[in-house]
Design a protein around this ligand. Sequence first.
Ligand code: PLP
Ligand code: ZN
Length: 397
Amino acid sequence: METTEAFTGLECRACDRFYDPQTGTHRCVECGGILDPTYDYDAVAVDRTTFADRPFDSLWRYAELLPFERDVAVTMDEGATPTVECPTLADELGVGELVIKDEGRNPTGTFKDRGATVAVTAAVQHGASDVVLPSAGNAGQAAAAYAGRAGLDSHVYLPSRSSFTTKAMVNVHGGDLTVSGGRIGDAGAAAADGMEEHDDWYPLSSFVTPYRHEGKKTMLYELVEQREWDVPDAVVYPTGGGVGLVGMYKAAREWEALGLIDEIPSFYAAQATGCAPIVEAFEDGREEHEPIEHPDTICGGIEIPDPGASRWILSALRESGGGAVATDDDEILDAAVAVAQHEGVEMAPTAAAAASGAWALTEAGEFGDEDTVAIVNTGAGTKNADVLRSHLMGQGI
Ligand SMILES: Cc1ncc(COP(=O)(O)O)c(C=O)c1O
Ligand SMILES: [Zn+2]
């Protein structure tokens, strides 16, 4: 395997068992825990100018802090997305500054490309021929795109509720698409059946592969660097499985440990009231979520009733001094429309949970006129234009 110098291997989040990257490929074989890539930070020789001297062209510009070298990466120059100033929204909310990290500008229109580039690179390094995953839609599209680019076959399981765009684009990328049941759990069960029949399929499911959160952590590096190392006070993130959230929290701790920043942002998980296991656990002071029995939200990407990494998510929220907030589907769609109309930024409904969550948090007094709030727009509005347009129709527009 062509790994980077400082990448040491993978550590189990549950039992601390350590794996070298060749043998540790997915979950911990002892306890089933999530594996997390680890680095020898003393071997990472970077400072602020290291990055400032590089073109802002792809997330692979942070290769020292990624498991693989850029020259073996399966990449389409994903990442390096803009951080957009939103002064009108900042005024409306009454916060000091509001920025949107616009992940809609990625190759397949969402931040899922960051996870796919690293996880598909790992699949290639492990000699896989086929990759498999269940997804609410966007991760499946990203996986099909990157697998195709790498010459791998992809097997993508989506629920019928996933958007037409994601289903269509899995086909366009040559993926083997299975649509099953209405929701993510149905797709997960069908994918498990598929894997049982094909033990050579390499799973790319979130937190089953250790590499998706690793790719997504770069959102935080970019956000801080784009603000000339001025760390935002708060980052509000639309949270389903929490892959991006724990990734960004890890990234903040890494840069703190490397002495690149002195403080970390407070992380906030935004969910929809129809499926808010993290918000409920946070408010109840619990360390782990309880699964939601009947999830129901129009925001498919965050309709995750049983997020397996909830301990990690909840500790990231608490240790960073952040929080959790849930808003209704109607408020979320209103927020998507408001952001599009006032700032021009197109947010997918799932992503707009972060905007609507930021509103609710501000109203609750969590952010004030001195604070810089960063909202992560995890996906392009055009991927769900039908849902956004229907919301207007529901208002007679
Ligand atoms: C647009 C969008 N935002 C957010 C999420 C949730 O991501 P995470 O697993 O990082 O919480 C998803 C997942 O499908 C998504 O598609
Ligand atoms: Zn373990």
